[in-house]
Ligand binder design. Sequence first.
Ligand code: SAM
Length: 292
Amino acid sequence: MATLGNPQETIAVLQRYGFNIQKKYGQNFLIDTHVLDKIIDAADIGPEDFVLEIGPGIGTMTQYLAESAREVVAVEIDRHLIPILEDTLSAYKNVTIINDDILKVDISKLVEERNEGRPVKVVANLPYYITTPIIMGLFESNVPLSSITIMVQKEVAQRMQTGPGSKDYGALSLAVQYYAEPCLIANVPPNCFIPRPTVGSAVIRLTRHEKNPVEVKDPIFMFQLIRASFNQRRKTLQNGLHNSSELQISKEKVVEALEQMGLPATVRGEKLDLVQFAQLADLLSETMNIEY
Ligand code: SAM
């Protein structure tokens, strides 16, 4: 039976161990059982599932996950939380705690060893200071994934879901949507955590596409174009791409490609959707004679 997830128990555990909350690790512990139920429901965890949890904290969500999944591996950076986790999770035989930085763990190897390379479900109340590197690392390292259900800063959830025309649209929106289908599950106010974060939060589920929604010859080149376009948001696409140190593209080549796509020479990157970025990448790599 999950015992954590309420303010009294969380405070009691933290006090029993004399634990000092580390701001630098983005530690905000969940204290709301309704939110925990919503996360578990959205992640759709069943008895066959292997779950990777990032940042278990004192083990609140881990208890819920362990009750639904076949196996849970939780990676926690803060070594002072390890004795607490050993205590709060002692009743669960299907949980392994790894004391490490998630950005340094070879997740593909872990999944190969523990789940025979079959897709895993990632569930986490993420440390907000490294949300983007964690998500991009999971997608770009080709870890077999079925979904990622995560608590993130509200604005970040917004950026992941939005399309051209919104001020929140950017490289993260395009990257997430290239790899997955985002679905907002719930907005979560600061009073659902100890200590209260200074920002609003949201739970979002990213369901990995079985097949990428656009065909592009060189996705890495497409993402270089996307990053260059949004690095200089106020500039036209031809200037943004020309000025990028990562790329060597003349303004003329960009204008030529845009013309072929029926777009004005003065268009800004923020107007293009994923299909158009894929088209642009293919046209530019053709004129630049990149061979595949
Ligand atoms: N899951 C717990 C909960 O919901 O109450 C804690 C969530 S708290 C927002 C984020 C957790 O991630 C903390 O326990 C923190 O120590 C851990 N963390 C921070 N950076 C990490 C990293 N690079 N690798 C693994 N864990 C990390």
